[in-house]
Design a protein around this ligand. Structure first.
Ligand SMILES: Nc1ncnc2c1ncn2[C@@H]1O[C@H](COP(=O)(O)OP(=O)(O)OP(=O)(O)O)[C@@H](O)[C@H]1O
Ligand SMILES: [Mg+2]
Length: 366
C-alpha cells in the first residue's frame, strides 16, 4: 500500500535514451496502467522502480523515502514478468512457498499464507501438481500467486497476460482488476494493448519514445487525447486523420482539404481562429461519421460522397472502409448496412465531434 513517486527519471544505455524525464505520482492502492508501443520504455521504467536497473538521473521515492540506492529486496516490490518462470521440479505449493522459505518464515505460517493465496486465485486443487501439467492460464495464476504470497507493498506487472489466448486474457484481466480491489495494493500494470489499458485503467499513463505523453482516465484519453499519437493509439479501428488548412470565409471558419471544404461548428471557432491559413490535422473517430439516411445533422454541407471499398461485418457492428478523392477512412455502423462494395455512398461528418491537431507539433488544439 505504498505511494510511488518518479521524479524526472531518465535512463540511458550508451546512446539510447530508453526513458526520458518521466515523472509520475502513484497513490497508495492505485492501479496505474502504463501503456505504449514496443520499445517505448515500459519495462525499463518498471525495472527501475523494482530496483533492478540503476537510474541515469532523477529520483524514485517509495513512501516518501528516496530509494535510488536501495536494493530490490528492501523495496518490498513484487514484479511479474511476461515470461514467468516457474520452478519446473517443484509443485505449485513449493513454488508458492519458495520465497517464504528463503526468508525463514515458520512452516505453519508458510502453510497459512500459501493456502490463503491459493484460495484467492482458485488454484487450491492444483497445489500438488508440477508446472508442466498445467495450462497457460493456470501457470500464470501460479506466477501471480508467487508475487502475492509475499504480501509486497507494490506489484509491478510487465505484460503478464500476453502469452495467453484472447479469451483467457480477457478473463484474467477481469480477475486482476478484482484482485486489485481485494488486495488494496498499489499496482503498476504494463501493457502495449490499448484495449487492456482502457478496460483496466483508473489512470492510464501513455508512453512513447521514453516519454509520458498523457496521464488521464480512459474517457479523457479517448475524448481529449493530448496529441496525435495518443489519439491514434486508442480506438479500434483507429481514428481517421485528414490533413487540411483552416480558412475564414464570410465570418465562418472552414476546414479545407484537397477534396473537401467543411464549415466548422461555431463553438470551435475561437480556439481554432489563431490557426487560420495554417496546416492542421483533423481527427474524426469512425463512430462520428454516419450514413446520410441515418442522421441529418444541422451541418448539411459536411456531407460527402465516398466509394465503398471494403465491408467488414463484425456481428454487433459493421466496419466500412471508404475512399473519397485522396482520403481513405473507416466508418463504424451499428450492424446491418445496405452498402455494397464499389457503390458510391453519401455520408455525414459529425464535425462537432472532430479533433484538431497542430500539423507541426502534432499537439491537440481542440
Ligand atoms: N539492457 C539494455 N541495453 C541497451 N538498450 C536497452 C536495454 N534495455 C532496453 N534497451 C532499449 O531501451 C528502449 C526501451 O526498452 P524497453 O524494454 O523498456 O521497452 P518496452 O516498452 O518494454 O518494449 P516492449 O513492449 O517491446 O517490451 C529500447 O529501445 C531498448 O532497445
Ligand atoms: Mg517490455
Amino acid at each position: 500500500m505504498s505511494k510511488v513517486v518518479l521524479e524526472n527519471v531518465t535512463k540511458k544505455y550508451n546512446d539510447t535514451v530508453a526513458v526520458q524525464s518521466v515523472s509520475l505520482d502513484i497513490n497508495p492502492q492505485e492501479l496505474l496502467i502504463l501503456v505504449g508501443p514496443s520499445g517505448c520504455g515500459k519495462t525499463t521504467t518498471l525495472r527501475m522502480i523494482a530496483g533492478l536497473e540503476q537510474l541515469s538521473s532523477g529520483n524514485i521515492y517509495i513512501d516518501n523515502k528516496k530509494v535510488n540506492d536501495i536494493s530490490p529486496r528492501e523495496r518490498n516490490v513484487a514484479m511479474v514478468f511476461q515470461n514467468y518462470a516457474l520452478y519446473p521440479h517443484m509443485t505449485v505449493y513449493e513454488n508458492l512457498a519458495f520465497s517464504l522459505k528463503m526468508r525463514k518464515v515458520p512452516v505453519n505460517v508458510i502453510n497459512d499464507m500459501v493456502t490463503s493465496t491459493a484460495k484467492l486465485l482458485a488454484i487450491e486443487d492444483i497445489l500438488g501438481c508440477k508446472p508442466r501439467l498445467l495450462s497457460g492460464g493456470q501457470q500464470q495464476r501460479v506466477a501471480l500467486g508467487r508475487a502475492i504470497v509475499r504480501r509486497p507493498n507494490i506489484f509491478l506487472f510487465d505484460e503478464p497476460l500476453s502469452n495467453l489466448d484472447a479469451h483467457l486474457r480477457s478473463k484474467m484481466r477481469t480477475e486482476l482488476s478484482r484482485l486489485h480491489t481485494r488486495l488494496a495494493t498499489t499496482m503498476i500494470y504494463v501493457t502495449h494493448d490499448q484495449v487492456e489499458a482502457m478496460s483496466m485503467g483508473e489512470q492510464i499513463a501513455v508512453m512513447n519514445h521514453g516519454r509520458i505523453q498523457q496521464l488521464a482516465d480512459p474517457i479523457t484519453i479517448y475524448e481529449k487525447p493530448a496529441n496525435k499519437f495518443v489519439a491514434g493509439f486508442f480506438g479500434n479501428p483507429p481514428i481517421n486523420f485528414f490533413e487540411g488548412i483552416l480558412t475564414l470565409k464570410n465570418d465562418g471558419l472552414r476546414f479545407k482539404s484537397e477534396d473537401w471544404d467543411f464549415p466548422i461548428p461555431d463553438f470551435k471557432k475561437d480556439t481554432l481562429v489563431p490557426y487560420k491559413d495554417k496546416k492542421v490535422i483533423m481527427g474524426l473517430r469512425p463512430e462520428h461519421i454516419t450514413g446520410q439516411d441515418i442522421i441529418k445533422t444541422e451541418y448539411e454541407s459536411s456531407q460527402i460522397q465516398a466509394h465503398v471499398e471494403v465491408i467488414e461485418p463484425m456481428g454487433f457492428e459493421t466496419l466500412v472502409y471508404f475512399s473519397s478523392g485522396t482520403h481513405d477512412f473507416v466508418v463504424r455502423f451499428e450492424s446491418n448496412v445496405n452498402f455494397s462494395v464499389a457503390q458510391v455512398a453519401k455520408l455525414n461528418f459529425c464535425l462537432e465531434k472532430s479533433l484538431f491537431f497542430d500539423a507541426e507539433t502534432e499537439n491537440i488544439i481542440l
